[in-house]
Design a protein around this ligand. Structure first.
Ligand code: MEV
Length: 427
């Protein structure tokens, strides 16, 4: 059975880490080779992925460790430019592991496709007629999505809403709910609403304008929860109960103040986006859905919830996560295939659940640091590596320079250059 627990992984060389990772998740030699290939995305694949490709652009590919979700270990692939994201998620997953890790789940993939109808003479009557035609619309939707229906997914419902435009017109908005299975489903949904719109127009007696999916995928929610005993939270002169209490204050701040909630939720998305990028998913769609969902109580708030129960810090997270484990990116991008292999998921719901757990872990790590020693200590320790490299230091000198910058309490490029000059004069 694969394990996500590889102690002192961060202290190993990159080559050694690859070897240990391959062992831990049983990668084949071809997969190890993909990991070691400097440019995992061939240019001909890049060229078919987007218009006007002129090259490829690399980012660090790391793995977050220690994750246990629904009793199973998962090594979590992450692609991200921010230094602390992988370390933070791994740290929180280790704390959570002490109490059995995360539980997570995700809804079946019902995406919403919207058909906007304008110039509707009698919106109330149009709603009635569309409601009466629900079965006919669903049958037409099924006919238009034979592949999905064969795989047990397909159209689920048709709903009608009235939306008042800023100019005072009442628009009729039809929502077509489509279970897109293991696909994110944007193309399937968009094709379906384009196909159905003439029929919808005819029934409602208006003019169809937009026909497009909604990124507020609130019928495709993912959830994660965790219970952390106080004993696992003690650190740096704070006892566990004190840390839990301070984390609760951190949460209550985000729950009550949109300015704080935006940053709190950004911390959640740090982990979710990094997995989305690694697995070839549309992170802008996930971001859009998350922040829109953060307003579902009418005011922008925290996506996560935290409480204290019987000497445990108890957290949960719910947000829309529309992701895919199939499709072109998975077929053609070797790095994406490898990321899914490392994560060990077999379908989109499982992936969404794990992403929710990673989001909750990222949130816990950020709040724990913010509520105790502050975020900069950890950030600066990691940032100093980049500054040391940017100043031109390599190998042992880079590590020595990093230590000196941290000791001087100044992680800045000018300071780094001066310290490096001093180091080089001495050696
Ligand atoms: C930084 O990328 C994320 C944090 O700002 C999140 C938070 O404030 O909760 C640390």
């Amino acid at each position: 059975m694969s394990t996500s627990r590889i102690p002192a992984f961060y202290q190993l060389t990159v080559a050694e880490r690859r070897r240990r990772l391959a062992e831990a998740v049983e990668l084949s030699s071809a997969e190890v080779e993909t990991l070691a290939t400097a440019d995992a995305l061939p240019l001909d694949v890049a060229d078919i992925m987007i218009e006007n490709a002129v090259g490829t652009f690399a980012l660090p590919f790391g793995v977050a460790l220690n994750f246990q979700v629904n009793g199973r270990d998962h090594v979590v692939p992450m692609v991200v430019e921010e230094p602390s994201v992988v370390a933070a998620a791994s740290y929180a997953a280790l704390i959570a592991r002490a109490a059995g890790g995360f539980v997570a789940e995700a809804d079946p993939g019902a995406m919403i496709g919207q058909i906007q109808l304008v110039h509707v003479a009698d919106p109330g009557a149009a709603v009635e007629r569309l409601g009466a035609a629900r079965a006919r619309l669903l049958a037409a939707a099924e006919e238009a999505t034979p592949g999905l229906c064969r795989r047990g997914a397909g159209p689920r419902d048709v709903e009608v809403r009235l939306v008042r435009s800023p100019r005072g017109e009442t628009m009729v908005v039809v929502h077509v709910l489509l279970d897109t299975g293991d696909a994110m489903g944007a193309n399937a949904v968009n094709s379906l609403v384009e196909t159905l719109s003439p029929m919808v127009e005819e029934i409602a007696g208006g003019t169809a304008c937009l026909r497009i999916l909604s990124n507020l995928a609130d019928r495709r929610l993912a959830r994660a929860a965790v219970r952390v005993p106080f004993s696992a939270l003690a650190r740096d002169g704070y006892d566990g109960a004190e840390v839990a209490e301070r984390i609760l204050y951190a949460y209550e701040f985000a729950a009550a103040d949109p300015y704080r909630a935006a940053t709190h939720n950004k911390g959640i998305m740090n982990g979710i986006d990094a997995v989305a990028v690694a697995t070839g998913n549309d992170w802008r769609a996930i971001e859009a859905g998350a922040h829109a969902y953060a307003c579902h109580d009418g005011v922008y708030g925290s996506l996560s919830r935290w409480a204290i129960e019987k000497r445990e810090l108890v957290g949960s997270l719910e947000l829309p996560i529309a992701v895919s484990t199939v499709g072109p990116a998975v077929q053609s991008h070797p790095g994406v295939r490898l990321a899914l292999r490392i994560l060990g998921v077999s379908n989109a719901r499982e992936l969404a659940g794990i992403m929710a757990a990673v989001g909750l872990a990222s949130n816990l790590a950020a709040m724990r640091a913010l509520a105790t020693e502050g975020i900069q200590k950890g950030h600066m320790a990691l940032h100093a590596r980049s500054v040391s490299h940017a100043a031109g230091a390599r190998g042992e000198k880079a590590e020595e320079l990093r230590r000196r910058m941290l000791a001087a309490g100044e992680v800045k490029i000018d300071r780094a250059r001066a310290l490096l000059r001093a180091l080089e004069t001495r050696s």
